[in-house]
Write a protein that binds this ligand. Sequence first.
Ligand code: AMP
Length: 597
Amino acid sequence: MTETSVPPLVPSRTEGNIADYVVGWAEREPGRPMMAVRTADGWADVSAAELHERVVGLARGFVAAGIEAGDRVAIMSRTRMEWALADFALWMVGAVPVPVYETSSRSQVEHILRDSRAVAAIVEEQAQTALVSSLHDALPDLHDVWQIEAGALDELSAAGVDVDLALVEARRAAVSRSDLASIIYTSGTTGDPKGCELTHGNFMALAENTAERLPEIARAPGASTLLFLPLAHVFARLVQVLAVHAGLRVGHTPDPADLLEDLATYRPTFLLAVPRVFEKIYNGAESKAQAAGRGQVFRWAARVARDYSQALSDGGPGLALRAQHSIADRLVYARLRAAMGGRVTYAISGGAALGERLGHFFRGIGLVVLEGYGMTETTAPATVNTPDMIRIGTVGRPLPGVAVRVDDDGEVWVRGINVFRGYHGQAEATAQARQDGWLRTGDLGALDPEGFLTITGRTKELLVTAGGKNVSPGPLEDRLRAHPLVSQCIVVGDGRPFVGALVTLDTEMLPTWAAGRGRPGLTVSEAVTDEEVLAEVQRAVDEANAAVSRAESIRSFRLLAEDFTIDNGMLTPSMKLKRQRITDALQDEIERLYARA
Ligand code: AMP
């Protein structure tokens, strides 16, 4: 067993809550730009005083609407400023926001609202209003649905103008760090998603210690970031809290299609992203260069960037490499940095493995990507690389106030300020996950002598796509296998841009099915590329996808001529998929699946 811990940089406290950050800045520095909204003529700053006014206005509205301390209120929206306003206003009155992905399926939304016993839901647009309203009858606790785009938040504030400010103050004063701040649902390996209970203290202690540990990011003069990852995920949410704590300006990009334009106009100084985003930036730049007949130059410059960064880790680049690097900088890197607004020097990557290649490339072009690691149960990061202690390929050292242990089976455990209270209403699952204050992560890793953690795999049956989306393959496979033509299937997508599936055909059903369509004699090897068979399996895929969110759904599949059996070593005696075995043996098929898509 190996273990390492880093003492907290900020002493632990019990008093106060997240909403105090908003009040504090409004008192200390009312003119400080805290957020920015995109308008027709650029970005308009929202000062600390304005932020405070809007949050308090909404808090009064919630009180007027009957929201009590401890009440759960769902938020189902893309990433936008209104989400942050709702979060802080709910925290101010002691209520508990419960995030829901805007892409969630009906059954997922129903499960989250029922399990959390949400009394109200804030949604973004009409389709979500319709979805949540249609669940009204099934959810006795749910009283209100407020639609952002229909102006519901303004209406709430307007309805709250008569609420005594002293009442809101009293509510705020009653909320302490040990109180529940949010319940965030995560797809576990089995059963329905579980609600992680995170306290005000989890968010605050982690935000305060992280800001202290990363002054290059949090305390840089004029620091600003553009949030485009979903606020429904804990990572963006923690950064939102950290930003308001540290007083660094935040803009929001709801639609990923606007990201490039927003980066260029907003010009953030640091970014938060998942590996998929870095991959997209890289691929986009390469194909653009290729189209302009500069493909070779780009590839050369990319190699120089990687070599340069590698050399920074191994004693420093020599004269020749420095010269090449400065030419490549003028020819290629400067354009890339300009496309991201020209001011961004640091980015944090988490949620899935970044890979050394991208890590070195970006550092080589002048954007240091600090990889971190964590999970919803650890309020996002448990470890992170820092500018003064960076080792590309690792996920860094524990944050201050956090301890990491790797047990004799290679499993990573985490303890500290960021570890959640437990799963909502699930004492048994909580007891399994938390032992003696330690959280079992289900991830496999290794610690080096200096305390840098490397993630090497996962004990749990969970795929994490390059976009950081956790996908539990079991339920999708179960549904897909239910189709008569399907014998076995395996859902893949770990570290990939999207979820895919390899599907085998039921050789007993195939003749019947084919005969029914006037095609007797269709063989399995013909069937795997047959248009009609493919269309039939596509229907089965569509049905399986209906149970999950878009990001978790199967986008592409391939049919295989050979079934998975116990005999060929692909199934266990209890007929469970031997995942590693299958993915190793069918590596080529998987590559083809992604190459074709
Ligand atoms: P979530 O609770 O949705 O944030 O998912 C957390 C899981 O994502 C972790 O348990 C890991 O399996 C995976 N993960 C997060 N960060 C990394 C990383 N830097 N490298 C590899 N896997 C990661």
